[in-house]
Each structure stands twice: as C-alpha cells, then as structure tokens.
Design a binder for this molecule. Sequence first.
Ligand code: KG4
Ligand code: ZN
Length: 350
Amino acid sequence: MRVLGIETSCDETAAAIADDSGNSIRIVSELVSSQIDLHRRYGGVVPEVAAREHVLNILPVIDETLRQAGLDPRNMSRQRDGLDAIAVSAGPGLMSALQTGVETAKALAWVWGVPALAINHIEGHIYSNFINRQEEIRFPALVLTVSGGHTLLVEMKGHGQLRIVGETRDDAAGEAFDKAAQLMGLAYPGGPIIAERAQRYRSKKLLAKSGSVHLPRPMIDSDDLDFSFSGLKTAIRYALQADEDWQERIDEYCHEFEEAVVEVLRVKAIKAARRSAARTLILAGGVSANRRLREALSVATEAQGLAFVMPEQHYTTDNAAMIACAGVFKLKRPKPYRKDFIADPNLGLQ
Ligand code: KG4
Ligand code: ZN
C-alpha cells in the first residue's frame, strides 16, 4: 500500500510517499521546501508570505517526490503500483496555508481516482514515531506533543483512539522558547538557538558557579495534567530587566529556561503515563528535537519501566512523511472516512 502525504499547515511545503509492506512503514521518497529563511527576517511566520510560497512550491514539490519514487506524474491513473490514497494535513494550522495543500490533494485525488484523506496535523506528528518502527509501540500509549502551536498530553489506546488528558492553558512550549529567545535578542525560531546556547553553557562546565539565574517551574505540582508557559516568559522578562549584565549571561539564561520547560514537561508526562497505565511514552512535535528533553524522558521512562519512543531528528519538525504514515493507518481502519472535508485551522484531535 502506497500513500502520498502533503503538508502545508505552516511554513514548510512538503510531500512524501509512504510504503506499507504489512509489518513496517518505509518512506520511499520525501521532500521539504522550507520557508524559514524567508520568515526569519520578520521574527515569525507571516501568513500571507507563507500562503504565496505554498502556491508556488506545491506542484514542483509533489512532482519531484513522485519522480524520486519512480512514478510518472503525467501518467498516474494508469500506473500499476501507483498510489492508494492521498493524505493531507487538514488542520490545525494557518487557514491560507492549509488550503493550498487540501485543495491540491482533493484535485489530484479526483483526477487519479484515489481517495483523499484528511489528517490532523498533530496526529501526523504522533505518527512520525511509527515510521520504520511501529513494532516498538505498545498500547495503551501516552503521547507528549510539543510544538510551536500545541502542548498536549494525549492518551492513545490504539489507532484512531486518541483522548486529550492535559494541555497548555496559554502558550505552547515551542512558543515559549520562541518568545524567550526574542526577549534575549536571539533569532527565530528560538527553540534550537536556546538549546544550542544552553548546551554551550553546560559544556563550559560553568555549572559549578551557577545559581544566579532561577526561573519558576509553572504548575509542576498541580494535581491536573495541564501546563502554563506564559508565566515563565514573564519571569524571564523580569529577570532580564533586573540584571544589568544579562547580555554576558545569555547562555546561562538559556540553560535555566530550557531546564524549567523540560522539567515541567517530564513531570507531567510521567504523571499522565502512570494515570493512563500506559506501556509506552511517545514524544512528538517540533520541540521533540530538543536533546535535553529527549534525554530527560529517556531516563525518567527507564526508571518507570516504560518503553519510550521519539521521532528520528529528521522527522521532528513539520514534514509530509508523518502525514503519509498517518494516512496509511487511516486507510487501514475499517471506518469510512469523510470525502467532503475542507481546511480547518482549528481542527480538533478527537
Ligand atoms: O512542530 P513544529 O515544526 O511546528 C508547529 O507545528 O508548531 O514546531 C516548531 C517549534 C518552534 O517553536 C521551535 O522553536 C521548536 O519547535 N523547536 C525547538 C527545538 N527545535 C524546534 N524547541 C526547543 N528545542 C529545540 N531543539
Ligand atoms: Zn507541526
């Protein structure tokens, strides 16, 4: 079974083809055209700029992805071993960006005579973990999804059986990284830059004389499974304002900020996994690229006797391989799928 995945929810135009051989899912070809350099000068994603770029890039990206898989884009409907479906990110995301992917997918599906499948972008991030290694995941699983737009704890009892058990009440974890970076005059997106500077601070072994920067761990002891990151952003703003020499200590601020976010995510994810009697903890979303978070969760899950699965670095940020993989599982489920979907910027997970 072969599924073409399409992703245009934010600032990457991507296509990929997933091949399901029955017991493993392999990516046959994939392409990501990133607009990040274009948006960096504005300090964030500009929706109109993103929308125009998707329109320009979508067909060349799909065309090349098909060719790399040995398919002839001009002769698709008559090919054997062609495609069984087209899966597309239908939301959440930027409306004008999503629309390009969704309408292109529907038009190609109609011409090629295959079904178009609407995939929730967050569910796509979760399925980045099923590429090449679905056998490592035992249900029930608990998923920590951390991206620029979302911070969710999701109970996953099986394919298509998702239930949100905790979420952020304000900013997402990735958004908090980006905003904190902005306060320190660092470039967009801030997450990877903060992580790199935090690592530099630790490797210089300055930890011995640390202790001057302290940030809160919001909601770490609350009984629920929710998060709040806007207070952390305010805390770093005040700390910087009160510190005349903050510019000399940026690496230390980055380290403390990363520690605060990682600690809260770790504590709540483990608590949620225990409450759901999960057998596997799954990490997903753009912030899953964070090494400190990956290390902290692998140590904590080992101590709990939980299996831990995280996406390959390559699949942590937005890509279409995860959408194609989610499409394979959706196609295999017996339930009928909607054919008349449209892009939905607020598409819910359940
Ligand atoms: O999933 P994603 O690519 O896009 C959304 O759907 O939001 O996530 C992007 C987010 C950004 O906020 C970025 O700063 C964050 O993921 N991010 C990181 C790291 N790499 C990306 N945050 C912390 N550490 C990283 N290494
Ligand atoms: Zn994403």
